[in-house]
Design a protein around this ligand. Structure first.
Ligand SMILES: [Zn+2]
Length: 154
């Protein structure tokens, strides 16, 4: 993605990633596609991408990214934007702020619960690591990590 960004052709890479999501899901791929969609096309497009992904393959990871996109699309809360003193006047604004509170609460909870699910696992000693290692920090053997994460419920 960095190489494509250097060429100014992130859109091409994003199209390619979107196509890959229709096949077997690699969690890292989902993250890259999500981040690129969000950066290039904004929260609404990222929400749509994750909604499609949830229909194809409902995972906690996709659900978390879905709510992250929704939260990114929210208008800033009046207290943050106005520096205090502004109070939501009509019912519409109150409903918006209720929804914002719900969306951010769900996002925060999902992030908290899924943060520790993504792990690389050493097939020799079972050491589970957040980062990919060529040499296992647990048993010092080389190339014992599968290149794909496991998203196990822990
Ligand atoms: Zn090991």
């Amino acid at each position: 993605m960095k190489a494509y960004a250097g060429l100014g052709e992130q859109g091409v890479a994003l199209d390619w990633l979107r196509g890959l999501l229709k096949g077997t899901l690699a969690p890292e791929l989902l993250d890259v596609a999500f981040k690129t969609e969000l950066d290039l096309n904004g929260p609404e497009a990222a929400t749509r991408l994750m909604r499609d992904q949830l229909r194809r393959q409902p995972t906690l990871l996709a659900l978390t990214r879905y709510f992250e996109a929704q939260a990114a699309g929210l208008a800033p809360a009046p207290a943050l934007a106005g520096g205090g003193g502004e109070i939501a006047a009509d019912a519409g604004e109150t409903a918006d702020s209720d929804k914002a509170t719900e969306v951010t609460a769900i996002r925060d909870l999902l992030q908290l619960r899924t943060r520790n699910l993504a792990r690389y696992t050493c097939r020799e000693c079972g050491f589970r690591a957040r980062l990919f290692y060529w040499q296992c920090p647990g048993c010092n053997r080389w190339e014992t990590y599968a290149p794909r994460r496991s998203e196990a419920l822990g």
